[in-house]
Design a protein around this ligand. Structure first.
Ligand code: GLA
Length: 393
């Protein structure tokens, strides 16, 4: 989407007066490894990508909020008022920006006027690339820019997480907002979700590229299954704590886990906890391998992550499994796994440049044969986090 089209649509929807709008962008994210570890106090290794959410915004003279999304034109303009920012199911997708404004005000930031905001996302919605955190963080930088606020980026990230947890009701961790808020070009972020200490690691893939594959599977009940996984891990932790003085599963080494896993009374909960513990270790190892330039070893860890998400965490599903397995058997693929929450959504594969086209053809063919519709592909670059765009971009 270019600036001209965004600007034209903004003026069509909101009219030209009184002031020129400003342009903002928040990326989506992929997670290289470290899945379902964030809310377990472990490590994650995500990166912001060049696809995301554009926001075109200006202040209004009154207290009204007018939202419009070019992705949901059938919903038209969604209107509300700064005086009532409570969650409203009729406001559909606009609850994400509304929630962000709600938390800004609740945290004492002065939002003195209403706004007209147009959104356009070039990441697929609900496909595991964090379209919701992207719209939250896009709203965050809009508010920061239009109202001249000085906001600690970590605080903005945490407000985004509050929107998900308390306003929308998905008990997600901090990974998505963090990756989108703090992303850096060509770097992944190793984040310790317990301490929030982080470290940028250059992603140098030599002759390989990251290919994102959207399974195009509708994610049904994803939020409730996500919350269920989280609850299962909490129960496993409670059992372990009857003898072990730990605050989260992320504090356990795999040796310690093996030694004490009998304390977890429920077999399913034991499998969930096993994933969380081993995935955390894999993530730390993956950083080391990447930093040493050992791409093959990095890829093996990605593959092992998928297997664990398939067998122990049970969040992959037939579609993502087929994508990963086809990738593992394809020449030039170093590693492949689902990315994000799972239950449908996207996978990523690290593929040799010379094999990308063939890989896509092959996967389209086998996948369509099995499921009756094709996957989609995105070749994303690793990019900077949420920010205001220059007047001309
Ligand atoms: C979603 C959540 C994140 C994280 C991942 C799984 O993207 O928003 O907090 O838990 O799932 O790793």
């Amino acid at each position: 989407m270019n600036q001209h089209d965004l600007s034209r649509t903004f003026h069509e929807i909101f009219g030209t007066a009184p002031t020129k709008p400003r342009f903002f962008f928040a990326p989506g994210r992929i997670n290289l490894i470290g899945e379902h570890t964030d809310y377990n106090g472990g490590h994650v290794f995500p990166a912001a990508i060049s696809f995301g959410t554009y926001a075109v915004a200006r202040q209004r003279a009154d207290q009204k909020l007018h939202f419009y999304s070019m992705n949901f034109p059938e919903r038209g303009k969604i209107e509300c008022n700064l005086a009532d920012l409570s969650y409203n199911p009729d406001h559909d997708w606009a609850n994400f920006p509304k929630g962000m404004i709600y938390y800004f005000i609740k945290n004492g930031y002065s939002i003195s006027h209403g706004m007209d905001i147009l959104f356009y996302g070039d990441i697929p919605n609900g496909a595991g690339l964090s379209s919701s955190a992207s719209i939250e963080m896009a709203t965050g930088v809009v508010l920061e820019g239009l109202f001249d606020l000085e906001i600690d980026r970590l605080h903005m990230i945490q407000m985004g997480q509050h929107v998900e947890n308390q306003y929308i009701g998905v008990n997600s961790g901090i990974m998505d907002q963090f990756a989108i808020g703090k992303g850096k070009k060509d770097c992944a972020i190793l984040l310790d979700c317990q301490t929030l200490e982080f470290h940028y690691a250059p992603v140098e893939l030599k002759d390989h590229e990251i290919v994102i594959i959207n399974s195009n599977k509708q994610r049904t009940l994803a939020a409730s299954k996500y919350n269920e996984r989280r609850a299962e891990c909490e129960e496993a932790l409670a059992d372990l704590r009857t003898e072990l003085p730990i605050g989260s599963l992320g504090e356990l080494t795999s040796e310690k886990f093996e030694q004490y896993k009998h304390l977890i009374t429920n077999d399913i909960h034991r499998k969930r906890a096993k994933h969380a513990v081993y995935e955390n270790e894999r993530t730390l190892l993956a950083l080391q391998e990447l930093e040493k330039g050992h791409l093959e070893a990095f890829g093996q860890l990605m593959n092992a992550s998928h297997v664990s998400l398939r067998d122990d965490y049970e969040v992959t599903g037939a579609e993502l499994d087929q994508i990963a397995e086809t990738a593992w058997n394809h020449p030039g693929v170093i590693g492949a796994r689902m990315t994000g929450a799972g239950f449908g959504g996207c996978a990523i594969a690290i593929v040799h440049q010379t094999q990308i086209e063939h890989f896509k053809e092959k996967l389209s063919e086998t996948y369509s044969e099995e499921f009756g519709y094709p996957p989609s592909f995105y070749e994303a670059k690793i990019s900077d986090g949420a920010k205001e765009l220059a007047e001309e971009f």
